[in-house]
Design a protein around this ligand. Structure first.
Ligand SMILES: [Fe+2]
Length: 225
């Protein structure tokens, strides 16, 4: 049976050579209630999206990790390789959704307020205006075939903002090792279908009313300045 030990960072450091540690992940709490983003995003969508969809990625990621642990212990290279796609998909789902929840905020807590400070300046400098950036992200999000994400990211190497899309649950870092996600918008149907049906552009138009630019600015300042 695979050794499965949950250790704190402190004890992890002290673990003797040869002892492997497996750290699973759990569903993060939302910093607001499910109904707090209405009318832009309904409470029903938020509850299903967080409690069911995100939880499923976590459950499957943890299961794949445990299988990986067992395969490594047995030196089963074939299974180790086979598990990579499940780890990428479900781990990516956990990573992306953990960012997404922080990218949203109720209007009364500043949701939808334009970015200020250095990020506000960078948006104007790179895209001419916030409106132009929103148009670009909405166009790329609407055009993305199937399921995926549209991102505003920071290229840490060149200190510039980028707009990218990723398919499925690929995190932004799959588009470049220096890319840091500032803002990710989920364009999977599960993010909008119950409210917007098949009209993804309407979802994209309304989500900006609850975008948490304060969080994006904090990440930008931390990573760029
Ligand atoms: Fe999602």
């Amino acid at each position: 049976m695979a050794l499965r030990t949950l250790l704190t960072r402190k004890t992890l450091t002290a673990a003797p050579l040869g002892v492997r540690c497996l750290q699973t992940v759990s569903l993060p709490d939302l910093p607001y209630d499910y109904g707090d983003l209405e009318p832009a995003i309904s409470a029903e969508i938020m509850q299903l999206h967080h409690h069911k969809h995100h939880q499923t990625y976590i459950t499957n990621y943890n299961k794949a990790l445990e299988q990986l642990d067992g395969a490594i212990a047995k030196g089963d290279a074939s299974t180790v390789v086979k598990l990579q796609s499940a780890i990428k998909f479900n781990g990516g789902g956990h990573v992306n959704h953990s960012i997404f929840w922080k990218n949203l905020a109720p209007v009364r807590q500043g949701g939808g307020e334009p970015p200020k400070g250095s990020l506000g300046w960078a948006v104007d400098n790179h895209f001419d205006s916030l409106e132009a950036l929103i148009q670009k992200m909405n166009a790329e999000g609407a055009a993305l075939q199937g399921s995926g994400w549209v991102w505003l990211g920071l290229d840490k190497e060149f200190k510039r903002l980028v707009v990218e899309t990723t398919p499925n649950q690929d995190p932004l870092v799959t588009k470049g090792p220096n890319l840091v996600p500032l803002l990710g918008i989920d364009v999977w149907e599960h993010a909008y279908y119950l409210q917007y049906k098949n009209v993804r552009p309407d979802y994209l138009k309304n989500i900006w009313k609850v975008i948490n630019w304060k969080y994006a600015s904090e990440v930008y300042d931390r990573e760029c300045l």
